[in-house]
Each structure stands twice: as structure tokens, then as C-alpha cells.
Design a protein around this ligand. Structure first.
Ligand SMILES: Nc1ncnc2c1ncn2[C@@H]1O[C@H](COP(=O)(O)OP(=O)(O)OP(=O)(O)O)[C@@H](O)[C@H]1O
Length: 641
């Protein structure tokens, strides 16, 4: 028997036209349902999403999954890609074979790629940078950088991206490549690992007719080179429809037709549904299988027609599926398929380096945010400095000093936390895709992200702190005091970044993260020791102060500022109380820790938050529903487990 090689390794870094591991898929009796508990009727509702779906996809063919909206196209594509998300009450059954055998989920994932409907890429990277990064993650470290570049260039050429290879991807805020080029780049990312089988969810959505044709043309070329291409598609123009070899038509989760795409018109004619001359067959099929809810009569008529068509198809004997299974059983090849290299392609340090450089470039290219922060810091530093420039050592200056130190605490927490909230939450979409293709260990991404955030988020607050410190004359203008002040600001910033990462890791999207972030900050401000004395907190609520980053940040800055200060009593009315030393101020604020103890506390706080954030992120890796092996529904006293 020939040695088993890694099917994902590009055999020739320049010529990508060969695919030596053809994949044939066959599936039978796929049922997918979701059961939910209906509180108003106090009963279980079963939503049948897919019912009795059969079909096949052979190497070298392009298969279209078509149907009206909500007919189950994406669900079926997820099932066939073995990426059906586990949902509460979900039940998946049926048989799904890869080259005639039951596939291992991880090995199958290594050999296949899934292009999601939404393009998940970093907006600030160019097309070539995006593909090169994917190449470094996905291709064996045994390949030289030059070979990887040649490999990427061949994909760029294959997808017709040469013209825009040095243009950034862009997003809603920054103009980048066109919609079609972005879609093709997204496909290119998924082609890097030289998949034998490609799944695409609505690859033409959002594209004009010409761009859709160009994207589908590129996919047809891939299929002609021996790959299996399965795409869900909404309303292809007739020239795109003509590219498909197989059609799988769904309506209401049921099969209406599956087989040769070019025989479909004839099949529908045999069922009394004749496609008018010069009519796009794809439009015709959708007209025939779409439920029409405009009136009761139309609804009845359309649902009756759909039922007739699905019943007719159910009665059709399927023999082709068995043929595919038998024809494709090849022990040697299947051994290679089942033993695909499932590990990471690069070392942990290389993964860290790639993630760091990518995060760094992404932030650096956001010039408005990066330079804007520094300019705003200089402006507000000078403004605040001017505002507090008359601060002396009398009694009134105590309030000024306490106020400005609490302002520093809020500023350092807010600016660092919110910068991370936005960028980290956005990155998570790309990370999810990259984790699905086993690009890197999540710890490499997490630590790289933290390190890459530091330089950009620190310049502003440090510039701001330096200006205000010297203009106001904090810490009696002592240089050592200034150094401790900067170390404290830096540590608080580290903690705020960690907190931002934890919130972003927990939140499902940017909106949720930016809604939840201020709530956390407001709670920390309340327990920060400025608005209410720590000793005045109700005993049963005092523990909350230990969760407040601001409480310790504020105490640290106050101790550093006040511990050696002496105040004059010149501005105290006769008989009024005078606070003579900084230690008295600290006593009144109930601050008893030393700067060293606070620094240790901040480091511990940061460590604990990082551990929590990392574990949340780690746990969020999507897992997918297995066939038949999926958890069976247990219905216990009104609950679904
Ligand atoms: N997790 C879920 N919970 C409840 N219903 C679901 C879930 N996933 C899918 N569905 C339902 O299953 C049906 C099929 O959804 P699916 O997204 O597969 O359809 P589609 O044909 O891809 O639709 P579209 O063309 O609009 O994207 C829809 O009615 C959808 O609401």
C-alpha cells in the first residue's frame, strides 16, 4: 500500500490545478428538527426544518441547493458540511457518507472548506496580506515562504484578483475592494488549504449580475479541476444556472427534485409544470415551489402544488445514491482521507507572531483612531493642566487633587476598555472562522491580541498623564513620584484591556459589548471610593469593592500623591477644621494600603480577568451536531435537555 500522505499539503506549490483526493458525497433520509417549549400552550412544538432529504455530490461537479427563502438551504448546507450548530432541542438523523464511508468530523473539516455568506476578513489588510496570512496558518511549515507566496499568487490568478491584490479589503467605513472581489478573496482564503470539497452559502448574494457570473465562473473552474462544489443559491441568472451539474430543490424543508440540473425542466414538465419558452429555469422553479401567502386561495393552491411535487419526488426510487457509495469506496484513498493531518500547521510561537503582526497592522492602519487618540490626549492634557494649574497646597487643593486623580482613573479605564471592546468583538467573527479551520491555538491569538493592543492604547493616556502631572505639579514635582504614577497608570491600563477582552469574549456582538461595557464601568465608578467612602458602604455590599478596578487604581494614585504632602490652613475660616497632612486625607478616604500592595493587587486582578476571559473564549468554540449520534431529545417536566 502506498504511503499515506497529507491530503491538504499542496503537492505542487505552483500548479494548483490538480486535486488528487476526489470526494464524493451521498446522503439519505436526512431529517433535522428543532423542538421548543411553547409556554402559552404548555406543550412542545417541533419545527421540521429538513425532512427525508436524499442526494449526492460527486468530485468534479457543481451542485446547486435552491429553494425559496426559509426552505432549509443553509440548514442542509450546514448538515452536509458537518457544521450544523448544536442548538437546544435540535435533532439530526440520516446517513451521510464520504466516498462511501462514515467520515470523521475533524478529518472531513480538514479536507473541506466552508465559505460563509458574510465575508469575515480583516478590513485593513490587503487581499494579498489576507491570503498570505491564511497560507502561513494553513500550509505546512515545511514549505518555504517563497513557495507559499507562489501558491498564493496562483490562487490570486485563479480567482482573477491580480488587479486588486494590493488593495485593502475595506468595510462600511473604509472603501476597499469591490463586493465581488471581496467575495472572491473570501473564497480564496478557504482555498488556501487546497480543499477537495467546497461548500458555499449564497456565494452571489449582494453581487451584481456580472460579478455573480465571474464568481461562479471561478467556482466552475475549481470544480472542473476535480473538486466537489456545493453551493446554496437564491436566484441564479440563467447562465449561472447552466453551470450547475446537479440541482437539489427544496421547499418547506422537503425535497422537490434532486438530480441532473439539465433534466429538471423535463421532470417538471412531466409533472404538469411546464417552463415557458425563453424563461430562466431557476426563476421558474422558484415560482413553482414558493408558497404564496397573498390570499387564502393562493396559499391553498401553492401549498397543494408543493405537496404534489414533494410527494411525487418521494415516490421516485433513488438508485443513484447507492451507485455513488459503491463506485467511490477505495480503501487506500479513504485511509488517506481519514488520516488527514489534524494538527496545527505552525508552531505556537509562529501563530502568536502572525496574530500579533496582523493585529498590530490592523490597528496601525486605523490612522484616525490611532493619531486621533494622541492628538485628543495632548489637547485634553493641556486643557486639564490649564484648569488645575493654580492647584497649590491649601485646603481647597485637596478636593482638586482628589478630583483630578479620580478623573485619571476613569479616563485610563474607559479609553483602554472601550478601544478593546470594539476591536476584539469585531475580530471574534474572523477568529471563529479561523478556529473552524484549525488555524491556530486560541491562546496564541489571545495573547497576541493583548500584546498588540498595548502600544496603541498606552501612548494617549501616558501623554495625557505626563502633561497634566507636570503642569499641575502633582507629587510635588518629584521624578520618582512621577515614575510610580506612570507605572500605576500603565497597570490600570493593562487591567482595563483585560476587562475589555473579558466583556468582548462574553458578548455575542459589538452592540451587546458596547451596551454592557458602560454598565460595568458605572458599577466600578460607584464602588471606586470617590462618590462613597469605602467604610460607608453597607457591610453586605463591601465585597463588591474588590471587583472594582477603579477602587484600587484610585487608592494607588491617592497614596502616591498624598502620603508625604503637608497642607497649609491659610484658607480655613477661624474655628474651622484643617486637614494638615496628606496622611489625614488618606485616613478620611479610608485608604490604608501601600502602593506596592496595590500594584500586586492590580497584577492579580489582571491575571484573574485574563484567565476568565480566555476560558470564556475557549469554551465558545462552536461544536457541531453529529448524525444520529446527536443528543436525543429528553423531555422532562416541561424542560428540554
Ligand atoms: N436554530 C434554529 N431555531 C429555530 N428555527 C430555525 C433554526 N435554524 C433554522 N431555522 C428555521 O428553519 C427554516 C430554514 O432555515 P434556513 O436558514 O436553512 O433557510 P434558507 O432556505 O437558507 O433561508 P434563506 O434563503 O432566507 O437564507 C427557517 O424557517 C428558519 O427560521
Amino acid at each position: 500500500m502506498a504511503a499515506v500522505t497529507d491530503p491538504c499539503m499542496p503537492h505542487d506549490a505552483i500548479d494548483r490545478t490538480k486535486n488528487s483526493y476526489p470526494i464524493n458525497l451521498s446522503w439519505k433520509d436526512i431529517d433535522y428538527s428543532i423542538t421548543t417549549y411553547n409556554k402559552s400552550t404548555k406543550s412542545f412544538d417541533i419545527k421540521q426544518i429538513l425532512k427525508g432529504i436524499n442526494g449526492q455530490a460527486r468530485a468534479g461537479q457543481m451542485v446547486a441547493i435552491m429553494g425559496p427563502t426559509g426552505s432549509g438551504k443553509t440548514s442542509l448546507l450546514n448538515v452536509l458540511a458537518m457544521r450544523c450548530p448544536i442548538v437546544k432541542g435540535g435533532d439530526l438523523s440520516g446517513s451521510f457518507l464520504v466516498n462511501g464511508e462514515v467520515a470523521k468530523e475533524k478529518a472531513f473539516a480538514r479536507l473541506t472548506s466552508y465559505v460563509m455568506q458574510d465575508d469575515a476578513m480583516f478590513a485593513a489588510l490587503t487581499v494579498k496580506e489576507t491570503l498570505m496570512t491564511a497560507a502561513h496558518f494553513q500550509l505546512s511549515s515545511k514549505l518555504s515562504d517563497e513557495d507559499k507566496e507562489k501558491y498564493v499568487d496562483s490562487i490570486i490568478a485563479e480567482l482573477g484578483l491580480n488587479k486588486c491584490k494590493d488593495t485593502i479589503i475595506g468595510d462600511a467605513k473604509t472603501r476597499g475592494v469591490s463586493g465581488g472581489e471581496r467575495k472572491r478573496c473570501n473564497i480564496g482564503v478557504e482555498l488556501i488549504k487546497n480543499p477537495s470539497c467546497l461548500f458555499l452559502d449564497e456565494p452571489t448574494s449582494g453581487l451584481d449580475s456580472f460579478q455573480a457570473q465571474s464568481v461562479m465562473g471561478a467556482l466552475k473552474t475549481l470544480a472542473s479541476n476535480g473538486r466537489t462544489v456545493v453551493a446554496s443559491i437564491h436566484q441564479p441568472r440563467s447562465s449561472i444556472y447552466a453551470m450547475f451539474d446537479q440541482l437539489l430543490l427544496l421547499s418547506e424543508g422537503k425535497l422537490i427534485y434532486t438530480g441532473n440540473a439539465h433534466d429538471a425542466v423535463e421532470y417538471f414538465t412531466s409533472k404538469g409544470q411546464e417552463c415557458p419558452a425563453l424563461f430562466n429555469p431557476a426563476d421558474f422553479f422558484l415560482d413553482v415551489v414558493s408558497p404564496d401567502y397573498r390570499s387564502a386561495d393562493l396559499e391553498k393552491e401553492s401549498l397543494g402544488r408543493i405537496k404534489m411535487l414533494s410527494d411525487s419526488w418521494e415516490a421516485t426510487a433513488i438508485t443513484d445514491v447507492e451507485d455513488v457509495e459503491l463506485a467511490t469506496k477505495n480503501a487506500e484513498q479513504n485511509e488517506a482521507l481519514q488520516n488527514a493531518n489534524l494538527g496545527f500547521q505552525s508552531s505556537w510561537f509562529r501563530q502568536f507572531q502572525l496574530c500579533f503582526v496582523r493585529s498590530f497592522i490592523t490597528t496601525k492602519r486605523n490612522k484616525v483612531a490611532t493619531y486621533g487618540k494622541v492628538i485628543a490626549s495632548i489637547f485634553f492634557g493641556l486643557l486639564l493642566g490649564a484648569l488645575y494649574s493654580e492647584t497649590s497646597y491649601n485646603q481647597k487643593s485637596i478636593q482638586d487633587r482628589v478630583g483630578i486623580l479620580f478623573f485619571f482613573t476613569i479616563n485610563q479605564t474607559f479609553s483602554n476598555m472601550f478601544a478593546v471592546l470594539n476591536s476584539f468583538t469585531g475580530d471574534k467573527i474572523v477568529v471563529e472562522r479561523e478556529r473552524a479551520s484549525n488555524s491556530y491555538h486560541i491562546s496564541a491569538f489571545y495573547s497576541a491580541k493583548f500584546c498588540a493592543e498595548i502600544p496603541f492604547n498606552f501612548v494617549g493616556p501616558i501623554v495625557f498623564g505626563t502633561i497634566v502631572f507636570w503642569i499641575v505639579g502633582l507629587g510635588e514635582g518629584d521624578f520618582w513620584n512621577f515614575c510610580v504614577f506612570l507605572v500605576l497608570l500603565t497597570l490600570v491600563g493593562f487591567c482595563a484591556i483585560a476587562l475589555g477582552m473579558a466583556i468582548a469574549a462574553t458578548a455575542p456582538d459589538v452592540e451587546a459589548a458596547t451596551a454592557f461595557g458602560p454598565i460595568v464601568v458605572v458599577l466600578m465608578i460607584l464602588f471606586g471610593g470617590f462618590y462613597i467612602n469605602i467604610e460607608s458602604l453597607p457591610v453586605w455590599l463591601r465585597w463588591v469593592q474588590y471587583l472594582s478596578l477603579m477602587r484600587f487604581a484610585f487608592e494607588g494614585l491617592c497614596v502616591n500623591e498624598f502620603k508625604d504632602l503637608v497642607f497649609s490652613c491659610d484658607d480655613v475660616d477661624v474655628g474651622g477644621a484643617c486637614v494638615e497632612t496628606g496622611q489625614d486625607v488618606l485616613n478620611r478616604l479610608s485608604f490604608t494600603m501601600t502602593v506596592g500592595e496595590i500594584m500586586i493587587w492590580l497584577v492579580v486582578f489582571m491575571g484573574v480577568v485574563h484567565v476568565i476571559a480566555y476560558h470564556i473564549l475557549e469554551k465558545k468554540k462552536r461544536s457541531y451536531q453529529g448524525f444520529n449520534g446527536g443528543k436525543k431529545l429528553k423531555q422532562v417536566s416541561g424542560k428540554i435537555n
